[in-house]
Design a protein around this ligand. Structure first.
Ligand code: ATP
Ligand code: MG
Length: 465
């Protein structure tokens, strides 16, 4: 492994995501780890304390875990980077300014399983800035959602689109697949993830650099104005992912981090100014201001992604599972959620040699470890009162009315109602309307996750109270 090259690539990727380069200590940790040094050896050489080295390393492994889609730790980072041929895979893709003159292909090997038509050709001058967009080898279904999005972009000129949905439901995959179908309309196509919750200044500077302005102003207002100028001058499609990371953990949904509220000024300016560009925001949770913009009839629309329905069979096909007659049962249990089904299908492959019948005979619903770790992250971000409601709902045997639940939880009614609304904004509740009013419940997977994680006698895994 060429360690210097790997460090350079990671440096570029970090810059793309956060607008900052690796600093001295981060570089020392990476180089030292890849040279199989201990944290105390790295601390000695770099002149920092061992605990500072360990903290820096922990953040870096988090970044790499997200990037590579698997849990990275000090012990396995070198093996993972070698195994995935990370350096060469990313090397070809690091240019921060790519001009493409042929087709976009985000699917390796030209696999468009559910769409026989090849991708639409690009404008010869379309500039792609997708270098930190994740790659998805397969994409199934979502025909209705893609038609709606294309209609909003092309026919209705909706300037600001938000795609909402629970983690793993396919927001990023769908937004990136959309690019394959409409690129000829755009001068620029840009993807940026706000995973590390960058400040608005960092994000705007990063976006403005793409247009090579003679100079980038310092104050936010001038930056926003210049950005809108470019959106007017060029036709851009910009996808901003992971908006939920701008909100405060352990507060109700859509509570901005205090120093991130200015993002709303940007979104408002995009919605209100007259330009011909389109911005797509991807978020695991709704927030009040975006709902208000949509209600006020600005060119703003939102799409909520739910499961893949019958198209989810493609995921099971791909994993070569047996007992096709039982697939609908499996799909219903896992709510045709693509990530949950993918991880469950992998588990069935490993555990039962692809035998769905045997898997369904296990007592109780199985929540694969990968799904649990996704749900763990979500759980940690809930407000304590939201957790209380989820814990109560996990113990209910049937959907329950809101008034009934107010008698079962030791909170004032306003807190309960606000927390329920917040859980709805995070897409964590099932709701149904009956003649007795609205009922709420949890999906079987969420229920099983909460029961096994927090209601049985297992070690505490992070209940906030
Ligand atoms: N339409 C689809 N066809 C096939 N696989 C899909 C589809 N949608 C999602 N997936 C699979 O599910 C996984 C999660 O998708 P994706 O990352 O797009 O979810 P997300 O909603 O963006 O999640 P998060 O909020 O955590 O970022 C992907 O790795 C992909 O393998
Ligand atoms: Mg995503």
């Amino acid at each position: 492994m060429d360690i210097a090259q790997v460090v350079n690539i990671l440096d570029e990727l970090l810059f793309d995501k956060t607008g900052s380069h690796l600093d001295f200590i981060q570089k020392s940790v990476l180089e030292g780890t890849l040279q199989e040094k201990t944290y105390s050896e790295i601390a000695l050489k770099s002149g920092y304390s061992e605990s500072h080295v360990a903290d820096t390393a922990s953040d870096l492994w988090k970044f790499l875990s997200e990037l590579l889609g698997e849990k990275v730790r000090k012990a396995n980072v070198k093996a993972i980077l070698e195994k995935t041929n990370f350096s060469s895979a990313i090397l070809g893709n690091t240019s921060s300014h790519i001009t493409v003159t042929n087709n976009i292909n985000l699917c390796p090997n030209n696999t468009y399983p559910n769409n026989n038509s090849p991708p639409t050709p690009l404008k010869s001058s379309t500039k792609l800035h997708l270098n930190n967009a994740p790659k998805f080898p397969y994409f199934y279904g979502r025909n209705n959602e893609l038609s709606t999005l294309k209609d909003w972009l092309i026919n209705q000129e909706i300037r600001l689109i938000t795609i909402f949905g629970i983690s793993g439901i396919g927001k990023t995959a769908t937004a990136l697949h959309l690019i394959n179908e409409i690129p000829q309309h755009f001068d620029y196509i840009i993807y940026r993830a706000l995973y590390f919750s960058p400040s608005l200044t960092t994000t705007l500077t990063n976006l403005l650099q793409i247009f090579s302005p003679p100079e980038i102003p310092n104050d936010i207002e001038s930056k926003i104005n210049l950005f809108i100028d470019y959106l007017t001058q060029y036709q851009c499609l910009i996808i901003l992912d992971d908006i939920q990371n701008l909100f405060t953990p352990q507060k109700l949904a859509g509570t901005w981090q205090t120093d991130r509220t200015s993002y709303h000024l940007l979104f408002q300016a995009i919605a209100l100014s007259s330009h011909h560009s389109n911005i797509i925001l991807l978020s695991q949770e709704k927030w009040l201001e975006i709902q208000q913009l949509e209600k006020a009839n600005y060119p703003v629309k939102s799409l909520i992604l739910s499961g893949l329905d019958s198209d989810a069979t493609e995921i099971l096909h791909h994993q070569n599972l047996a007992n096709q007659e039982l697939w609908p049962q499996l799909i219903t249990l896992y709510q045709s959620h693509p990530l949950w089904l993918e991880l469950t299908a992998e588990l069935i492959g490993e555990l039962s040699a692809g035998n769905v019948s045997e898997f369904l005979e296990y007592q109780g619903l199985i929540v694969p470890e990968g799904v649990r770790s996704h749900l763990d992250k979500k759980w940690q971000k809930l407000a304590p009162n939201e957790q209380k409601i989820m814990l109560q709902l996990a113990q209910e045997t049937a959907p329950i009315g809101i008034s009934k639940i107010t008698h079962k939880i030791d909170l004032v009614a306003t807190e309960i109602v606000n927390s329920i609304l917040s859980l709805k904004m995070r897409f964590l509740l099932e709701t149904e309307t009956t003649e007795n009013g609205n009922l709420i419940s949890l999906s079987p997977i969420l229920k099983e996750y909460i029961k096994s994680r927090y209601l049985l006698n297992l070690p505490d895994k992070g209940y906030n109270n």
